[in-house]
Design a protein. Sequence first.
Length: 118
Amino acid sequence: MNARILSIILAFSFLVFIIELVRREKLTFKYAAGWIAVSMCGISAAIFDKFLYKIAIWLGFQLTSNFIFYIVLCGLVFMNLLLTIFLCHQNSRNDRMAQKIGLWENEINEIRKKITKE
């Protein structure tokens, strides 16, 4: 089996795996979208490998494998950045939720104090 077919099979398997995680609700589409895009890029790169070679040479890479590693590294850094942004948004939501719960607990305690005084 040559490397091109193996690359297509692996990228397609990864795509199916991500879709299955979304289907089973183990992963939300919001987080899966980036991984789906990565697997689609992998499939495209494996199918149109001559285009990949031309881009690598045009950008000055001596070996196409170095270009592929560079692209993978950039993709992982980008995915890490996206996940960090999602994590920061979630932390902000958690902080707001804790503040609202604290305010509601304070109101409930004040209402209880008023009720017990009467």
